[in-house]
Design a protein around this ligand. Structure first.
Ligand SMILES: Cc1cc2nc3c(=O)[nH]c(=O)nc-3n(C[C@H](O)[C@H](O)[C@H](O)COP(=O)(O)OP(=O)(O)OC[C@H]3O[C@@H](n4cnc5c(N)ncnc54)[C@H](O)[C@@H]3O)c2cc1C
Length: 484
């Protein structure tokens, strides 16, 4: 056990770094270190092939759900393998129900496709956010109102709603079933099957034991690059202690609250709110303010954000869970006692999935980079468009190369582990961008499997056209250049 005290981080914000971690704590655990030593030989054995398919999506999370749907719509036979009992990953089971910005600073929805389709299919009371006519509006009063409700930044109302996670799980599950996707829950991918530098499938573990799933193309949507990293694909793992980039924590929700009373207090009593923050930091060591959710009686907590522990180390993961569960209790007690609107709050749910922001990032054929931010260039292999971090920058062209491993065939990556630099990861890991790269990887995997070519050799024009037909915004470089 370590007696090292966690360090509370100073908030350091900049244009490139708009969130920091709350706590930096390197390898301090509340439990005794493991005592395992040496190795053992796992006996070789023959295992059953569960299924042969065209496209296997490993991880039915944020990106994986979009990938499976997009691949199935190319006519491919698709399987999605998921370790938990639902789709959506962090965006549902991880309680990250605040879907970040999908609009540019003029209010145009630039992340559409899966993002638009799924939200349009949700019942109206499962979505909380500003109506369409307000997106892009620069009005102080409206921006102030929506800033507190997750949907205004830099004085501009945007499209960044909060969603009901249970309806998301159900809606996406039905969409995939309608499209003919075979869903395999409760199954954990353990190792990829690699032959001659190409991924051919995976071995997975379930209550039935170990089995194999073979595919023409595998899409790694595990968020941690489990497939490409174990198959020998290169990846980056940089850590900056003060940055939110590498921090993790389990999200939680308190119920029985009156959010309108809390928001009224936040907005109209700034001095009392500052006092409450101070008291929170003194009492708890840090203070995590709640976010709104899709309901007035549910408050969402997406911190305290802890860095220094690795979300691909099982002891660190355990430690993060232990601490996050304790934070939930202490925050609930503190808020009940001191925060207007929280007098009757109770602990509704801690997320079933650890909130991981970053572990590994693919080394791809291409990548999204900070140098791109100011240029506004339409890349020739664009597979989608991301909103930029501030009105100072134009929208950002997301290249297909960011999904293709530099040196591995048979596999594509989508979601928070795509190829990008650390700065660009700050927005490329957000839910809409994971939907975007998921849909693109799924469409490309379907095209590759149908044509019998490796993902790196697909006709990018065909992938772009497939994505446009599926409702995604993919610009044409030729048209952009002609328009000046
Ligand atoms: C605390 C927190 C707050 C955040 N806040 C926001 C926010 O406000 N707005 C926003 O837009 N984004 C936010 N994000 C970012 C966003 O939620 C994630 O980056 C995004 O959801 C990641 O999507 P993904 O598909 O890459 O990974 P995930 O959604 O994690 O999906 C990975 C899936 O793969 C499965 N899986 C993993 N390994 C295996 C395996 N070996 N075998 C089988 N299945 C496997 C997992 O169970 C999971 O379902 C936040 C993230 C965190 C952690």
């Amino acid at each position: 056990m370590s007696d090292q005290k966690p360090r509370v981080q100073e908030i350091r914000q900049s244009e490139d770094r708009f969130l920091s971690s709350d706590i930096f704590d390197e390898r301090s655990h509340t439990f005794a270190p493991r005592n395992g030593k040496g190795t053992m030989i796992e006996p070789q054995r023959e295992i059953a092939i569960y299924h042969n398919c065209d496209v296997l999506v490993v991880g039915g999370g944020t990106a994986g759900t979009a990938a499976a749907l997009a691949a199935a719509r190319t006519g491919a036979d698709v399987v999605v393998l998921e370790r938990y009992n639902h789709l959506g990953g962090l965006s549902t089971g991880g309680a990250v129900i605040w879907i970040d910005r999908m609009t540019d600073w003029d209010g145009n929805q630039v992340i559409q496709g899966f993002a638009k389709e799924v939200i349009d299919r949700l019942p109206a009371d499962a979505v909380a956010g500003p109506e369409r006519k307000l997106w892009g509006v620069k009005d102080d009063a409206l921006a102030k109102y929506w800033r507190l409700r997750t949907s205004a930044f830099h004085g501009i109302v945007t499209w960044a709603p909060t969603l009901d996670p249970e309806r998301m799980k159900l809606t996406t599950q039905e969409m995939l079933i309608e499209a003919g996707v075979r869903i395999v829950y409760h199954s954990w991918m353990s190792v990829p099957v690699v032959e001659d530098g190409a991924v051919k499938g995976v071995v997975f573990e379930s209550k039935e034991g170990r089995q194999a799933l073979m595919a023409k193309v595998v899409v790694d949507c595990t968020g941690d690059g489990d497939v490409f990293s174990r198959a020998g694909g290169g990846f980056d793992t940089d850590i900056e202690e003060g940055d939110v980039h590498h921090s993790a924590n389990t999200g939680f929700m308190l119920c029985g609250v009156d959010m309108e009373t809390w928001l009224d207090f936040r907005l109209n009593e700034p001095e009392a709110f500052a006092e409450l923050n101070k008291l929170g930091r003194e009492t708890l060591g840090f203070f995590q303010a709640p976010y709104v959710s899709w309901r007035n009686d549910v408050a969402l907590f997406l911190g305290p954000r802890q860095s220094g522990l690795s979300a691909v180390n099982v002891d660190d993961q355990t430690e993060l869970e232990i601490r996050s569960h304790r934070f939930m209790r202490t925050h609930c007690e503190f808020f009940r006692k001191h925060a207007p609107g929280f007098e009757k709050a109770w602990m509704m749910l801690s997320a079933s999935q650890l909130g991981v922001r970053h572990t590994r990032r693919l080394q791809g054929v291409g990548r999204v980079e900070r140098a791109q931010w100011d240029k506004g260039e339409v890349l020739p292999d664009e597979i989608g468009v991301s909103p930029s971090v501030s009105p100072k920058f134009p929208v950002i062209s997301v290249p297909y190369g960011a999904l293709v491993p530099a040196r591995l065939d048979g596999v594509l990556a989508a979601g928070r582990h795509i190829s990008c630099d650390a700065n660009s990861h700050g927005f490329m890991r957000e839910i809409p961008q994971c939907w975007l790269t998921g849909q693109a990887a799924g469409a490309a995997a379907g095209v590759a499997a149908n044509r019998g070519v490796q993902p790196r050799n697909v006709d990018i024009g065909e992938v772009q056209e497939t994505l446009r037909k599926q409702g995604a915004v993919v610009r044409s470089r030729v048209l952009a250049e002609a328009a000046g």
